[in-house]
Design a protein. Structure first.
Length: 171
């Protein structure tokens, strides 16, 4: 027996490609492919795995929520005998998939969501969405409060800054 060394993405795509469903004596692939947007953490791992498995189709979309709704519609049209995986970048991309996931759950339709991840040692650029504040008092009143209303204790939360503050560090 020979040992094959695979990355997690290679093993995942290979596994998804080999999932079949049988009905009335006919066997068909369960996953028709994946919808997604390449972003943080998705390019390096999953991109190579998709390239190595040309039978597992990848469809580029422009909105993660729309990708999940497409996957849900596909599952409904196939009478739950087929599904898509949906891939997103970390952060807002993963959050955008939640609405589509809720719709799929309510309708009991199969959809696989694969949110991306960032590398453990990645240094994040000083973008406005990555700056954090320990209290809202240090910033103008236009920013969101970073206090828990129930306890009144300060927390670390994401804040929004005026464009003139971060323009030199545009991402």
């Amino acid at each position: 027996m020979t040992t094959r060394r695979l990355t997690t993405a290679q093993a995942l795509v290979g596994f998804l490609e080999n999932q079949y469903v049988e009905r009335d004596g006919l066997e068909n692939p369960f996953f028709a492919g994946a919808w997604g947007i390449f972003g943080h953490g998705v390019v390096a791992g999953l991109g190579q795995a998709l390239q190595e498995h040309p039978g597992f189709r990848y469809y580029l979309c422009r909105n993660e929520q729309a990708a999940v709704h497409i996957a849900t519609a596909f599952a409904k049209a196939r009478n739950r005998l087929g599904a898509f995986a949906c891939v997103s970048s970390i952060g807002p991309g993963a959050t955008n998939m939640v609405t589509g996931a809720a719709a799929a759950t309510v309708n009991r339709l199969p959809v696989l969501l694969l949110p991306g991840d960032i590398f453990a040692r990645r240094n994040v650029a000083p973008c406005s969405s990555n700056w954090k504040a320990s209290t809202a008092r240090t910033f103008p009143s236009t920013t969101a409060s970073s206090r828990f209303p129930a306890t009144g204790t300060a927390s670390t939360g994401r804040t929004s800054f005026p464009a003139r503050w971060w323009r030199p560090y545009a991402c």
